[in-house]
Every structure is written in C-alpha cells, then in structure tokens.
Ligand binder design. Structure first.
Ligand code: GUN
Ligand code: FE
Length: 450
C-alpha cells in the first residue's frame, strides 16, 4: 500500500503507565502494509534498502495520539455555552445543532474540517460519536478513510421520548437498531477499508436517552457483531441520580445488565464509579475515556484516575468535544495531570489540608503520555501507540523549530525532561509530520513542504 520504508532518529514511547523509553538513535522499519517490522538501534545493523526518513538531532518521533471520545457534529459548537448544566446544554445547544446533520452536505463540510484539524493536532486515532443520521455518519467514516485517519465511528442511538426532543429522536427502538446494523455493515464494506482503518461502533448516547428495549437490543447486537461499543457513563450528578432512580442501580451495573460492557466498550467519563464498578469494568475488559477538560465543566467532580489504574482498568483520554473545547490530545494530557493534582490536594482552601484532598491521586507526565498513546490502543484492542514490531506505524514528528512552535527544548534534556516539555508545552506548530499506518497524512499532499 505505502511501499516499505524506514525512519532513523530519536523516538520516545511509554511501554507501560509508569515506564518511559527513549530510543536515542532508532531504526524503525515499516512494511508495505504500514506495520512496524523491526525496531533496532541504528548502527547495529546495515541500513535497509528503500526509502529512509532521517530525523534531525532536535527532532523526536512519538506514537500518534488517540482521542477516545469526541462528538463530531459538535465541532461547530466548541467554546460556547460551557456555563450551562449538562442537561440544559444538551437540550438548548447540542441537540438543535446535531439535528442539522440531517443535511448530509452540511455534515460533509463540517467533518472534512474536523478530521483535517485533528490530524494536524496529532490525533491519529479518533473514536467518534456522530449524530443519529445514518447517511451523515457513513460520510464521517468515508471522510476519515479519505484523510487516512484511524477511527471508530458510531451513529448515535436515542429513542427515549421523555429525554429526547421530538425534533431529534429515533422513531423507535426498532429503527435505532436497524440503522445501527446498517452502519456496521456499511463501514465494514467501505471501499478501501479492508484492512480496516475505520471501525463501526454501537453507540447508545447514554442510558437516559435510550429505552430499556433499545439498550437490550444493542447489547445483543454487540455480542453478535463484535463491534466496538461506546456510551456515556457516570458523567455528572444529574446523570448518576437519573439512572439510579430509573434502574435502581448505577450506570456501570445497568450497562452490564444490558450486555453493553464488552472488551471493546469505551465508557466516557466514569467519574462516579466506585470500586465495585471499576472492578466490573476491569473484569469485562472494557475501558474508560477520561475527559478531564470536559469534566471540569459538566462532570461535577474529578475522575479517580489513579484508583482506576491501580485496579488495572483500561483507560485512555478523550477531548469530549464540544463539552471540552480543545482539539488537542496533548492539551487533554496536561489537563489530566492538573486534574489529578487538584483531586490529590483538594481545591477549597477553607477546608483543612488533611481533609481537603485524596492522597496519592496524582499522575505524572509519563502516565499522561501513556494514556494518550498505548493506553488508548489497549482500550480499543488495537495494535497502536508503541514503536514495536506488529504495531501500526502511527507517528508524530515533533520539532521545536517548527514555525510558530512554543515547544520548550534544550539539547541536554533527559528523556523525562524532554517528555515533560512536550506534554506541557507542545502545540500543533511543533507537529511537523504525521503518519497513520505508514502513510503521511500531514502535511497533506497538496500542503506546504516540511
Ligand atoms: N451525555 C449525553 N450526551 C452527551 C454529550 O453530547 N456530551 C456530553 N459531554 N455528555 C453527554
Ligand atoms: Fe461526550
């Protein structure tokens, strides 16, 4: 597909949540299917025949970033109405916007801009909620495929008459299930997607928006199809209380009962999960999309990330656009560090120090980097996020000399200092080139030279 090639230079990745590895002069060989064939110290082996990309000394290669939770049709809404409570924000701002995606031409224009912008920000894999429109959702999958972005794409299912407005609701559980089935079939059959690069997802919006009948049908479909599943879980006090009142227990137990906790399930948020919930998620092999920026606005609390990691639950990061306004997973990673520190110290100075926070809640930049890369890959059950044979070559070329870059740097940085600077100060201008599955996707073929 791409023709094999090799890359030589500095590379940085995190093989575990507490382990950073700097490869000071690596030779990464990529096969013609875009998979990593070998990673060796350059100099130990003769250079392979075929194209070779040589990094400059100040440049460094990172695995591509994974955004586990983003609402594609909310792209035009970023940065607005963030002072409303979740339920009001959904009904007054979000549902009217998503309803516009009945117009597939409008959807195509928004999605084209969205996917191009995410790639420029280093998001090589994105897990999308689309709208409840089948045609526009297929268009999103096609857009990802055309731009070369790895993606999981779901048509949102929402049929509950008490929680969804007349202008934006599935007519019935039957219709929502049928269109979800159609989406799975259509994405799997997209021309050029045999590998595949784009995956379909079963996407009940959240329990409040769906009838029990629909949730049960989608759980059966998850088992039958093996497709990814995504939904919102334990996001806010309002959602948590609503589900407890309706189902008699919390979101996690309810989703498990509907058959929606699978190895390929992505649960957005999980803020109010207790230890039993975290263990249930862990046993199912499901994962959590931690969305710290969004949670400051709509979550009412900070997700206990450290507790989840200590219980070996799969976790990665999500922007949750538009509840989170940033298109950058690097920005989400630095927010995850800040949020965990706020949880550890507590935030109200009127409370005595020893009562104020949750000891041991902090994470460091290595963990944040792992969440943004390999952690996301584990949640999705895909071989991404590491420079290792058998993994896809999804990578970012980081360069502090990129025009307009704010990236701090020093020639004698250790691996930890280099990573800290990237996580805390890198922006899109420092991302000089982006590969997905061995294909250069940024700059675009018709863009300016690197
Ligand atoms: N819960 C149900 N729908 C949504 C949504 O679109 N965004 C967020 N943040 N939470 C939700
Ligand atoms: Fe969300």
């Amino acid at each position: 597909m791409t023709g094999g090639f090799a890359v030589r230079g500095r590379a940085l990745h995190a093989p575990a949540a507490d382990r950073l590895e700097l490869l000071p002069d690596a030779l990464i060989e990529v096969d013609d299917a875009g998979m990593i064939r070998a990673v060796r110290p350059a100099g130990a082996v003769p250079l392979p025949a075929g194209p070779l990309v040589m990094l400059a000394p100040q440049q460094v290669l990172l695995p591509g970033l994974c955004d586990l939770h983003i609402h594609a049709p909310q792209w035009p809404q970023r940065g607005t109405a963030l002072d409303r409570p979740l339920r009001d924000w959904l009904h007054a701002d979000t549902f009217p916007l998503e309803a516009r995606f009945a117009d597939t031409d409008y959807a195509a224009a928004v999605y084209d801009d969205l996917v191009a912008t995410l790639l420029a920000n280093g998001t090589t894999t994105a897990v999308y909620f689309a709208s409840r429109h089948l045609a526009a959702t297929i268009r999103l999958a096609e857009t990802c495929l055309r731009h070369g972005q790895r993606a999981v794409v779901g048509r949102v299912a929402m049929d509950h008459p008490g929680q969804c407005p007349d202008f934006y609701r599935d007519a019935s559980a039957d219709c929502a299930e049928a269109e979800t089935r159609a989406l799975i079939a259509a994405v799997r059959a997209l021309p050029g997607n045999a590998t595949p690069l784009v995956w379909p997802a079963i996407t009940p919006r959240f329990i409040p928006a769906c009838s029990d009948d629909l949730l049960r049908r989608l759980g059966r479909l998850a088992a039958e199809s093996g497709a990814h599943v995504q939904t919102h879980c334990s996001e806010s006090d309002w959602q948590d209380a609503h589900v407890r009142a309706r189902c008699g227990y919390g979101d996690t137990a309810a989703l498990a009962g509907f058959g929606l906790l699978t190895r390929r399930t992505v649960l957005a948020h999980g803020i109010f999960m207790d230890d039993a919930d975290l263990d249930a998620v862990g046993r199912a092999g499901a994962g959590i999309a931690h969305c710290p920026l969004s949670n400051f606005y709509f979550g009412d609390a900070v997700f206990p990330l450290r507790a989840a990691l200590d219980r070996a639950v799969h976790v990665g990061l999500g922007t949750d656009i538009a509840a989170g306004a940033s298109a950058s997973v690097l920005e989400v990673a630095r927010t995850a560090i800040a949020a965990a520190r706020a949880l550890e110290s507590g935030v109200d100075p009127a409370i005595a120090r020893h009562h104020r926070g949750r000891p041991g809640a902090r994470i460091d930049a290595v963990t944040a980097f792992w969440l943004a890369t390999a952690g996301g890959g584990i949640v999705l059950d895909l071989p991404i996020g590491l420079f290792r044979p058998g993994y896809a070559f999804d990578a970012l070329l980081i360069d502090p000399h990129g025009a307009g870059s704010n990236l701090a740097h020093a020639a004698d940085d250790t691996a930890e200092r280099l990573l800290g600077r990237i996580i805390h100060t890198a922006d899109r201008a420092a991302i000089r080139r982006v590969w997905v599955g061995g294909r250069v996707v940024r700059p675009a073929a018709d863009g300016p030279p690197v």
